[in-house]
Design a protein around this ligand. Structure first.
Ligand code: BV8
Length: 266
């Protein structure tokens, strides 16, 4: 399997790497469906990641996203993210399409991932949509405000009042795509176009259940690209994958890069 996958990767001229929450799991970021650890266990993420939830209880939803942003800010990219950047360094025509809202691909060296579901680091006004500053610190600790730029851990389940827009006074919301919201049209069309023209798509760490993002590997398969999946578990994408590499991204992706080009990611 690894031999066939590495040969296809080495021969590929146009590559798309399509990632989900699983690629960040080994950085300590819970995947979307197990993100509800601890106090958050009593909420269904699909309920919390909605405009309705934010309207009903903005402090609960803002607290959840700030907890996740603090977690990401204190995490490091893992060998899986680094291997994706290593592939980008070897395949000139390569596009990263991510469903994730963390910034670990960028921090690993991927230049400009297509972000289908937005980012934890691009808050905006929920009323006038003006971009809002990322809070420099999350002032939740009673031990005085940490130095600017330090992101204190946010206790799980902590309600936090969202900031208000400097322009119109509206509530600031996370810059992510919630369930029931349309994906950014330019990002989605760029991702579909990249999938339609690639000759290899690597699907990493996604359950393939959230649409329309989950269509991306299907578009590649329809256009006769080789689809390789990296995931320790079976997923909805098994039916479109030509090769299933069963294992964690931080182990399998560096192995794949070494097998394809003889040396590990820098
Ligand atoms: C929309 C941002 C139009 C927020 C997220 C059919 C067609 C179209 C839409 C729908 C449809 N049916 C239902 C819908 C609606 C809905 C949807 O798809 N629902 C699903 C649940 C059925 N889709 C939408 O609402 C989308 N919008 O359709 O707009 C519209 C407009 C108006 C009115 C109606 C419709 C918007 C969807 C975007 C939602 N936002 N994220 C946030 O992050 O809080 S989605 C969220 O789930 C994540 O961001 C992630 O992108 C997504 C998928 O999760 P995964 O990344 O796959 O993560 P998951 O936990 O599921 O799986 C992790 C995988 O990793 C597992 O397989 C595991 O085995 C693996 N793994 C674990 N460890 C490792 C690993 N892999 C490798 N290595 C490891 N170490």
């Amino acid at each position: 399997m690894l031999e066939r996958a590495s040969e296809a990767l080495r021969e590929a001229q146009r590559v798309v790497v399509f990632t989900g929450a699983g690629i960040s799991a080994e950085s300590g970021i819970p995947t979307f469906r197990d993100a509800m650890t601890g106090l958050w266990a009593r909420y269904d993420p699909a309920e919390l990641a909605t405009p309705q939830a934010f309207r009903a209880d903005p402090e609960l939803v803002w607290g959840w996203y700030e907890w996740r942003r603090a977690l990401v800010s204190r995490a490091q990219p893992n060998a899986g993210h680094l291997a994706v950047a290593a592939i980008e360094a070897r395949v000139p025509d390569m596009v990263v399409v991510t469903q994730n809202v963390d910034d670990l691909h960028e921090r690993a060296g991927s230049s400009a991932p297509i972000r289908l579901h937005g980012s934890l680091f691009a808050p905006r006004c929920s009323a006038c949509a003006a971009p809002a500053p990322v809070p420099s610190v999350v002032s939740t600790t009673s031990a005085g405000a940490p130095a600017a730029g330090d992101v204190e851990p946010v206790p799980e389940g902590q309600r936090l009042a969202p900031p208000t827009c400097a322009g119109c006074g509206g509530l600031v919301r996370p810059g992510v795509v919630w369930f029931g919201e349309s994906l950014p049209a330019d990002a989605l069309s760029a991702a579909v176009e990249a999938a339609a023209r690639c000759d290899l798509l690597l699907a990493v760490g996604t359950s393939g259940v959230v649409y329309p993002a989950a269509e991306i590997p299907e578009v590649a398969a329809r256009h006769k690209a080789t689809v390789i999946q990296v995931n320790p578990q079976p997923t909805a994408l098994d039916r479109v994958a030509d090769v299933n590499l069963r294992g964690p991204a931080a182990v399998v992706l560096p192995e794949l890069v070494r097998a394809a080009w003889g040396d590990g990611p820098a």
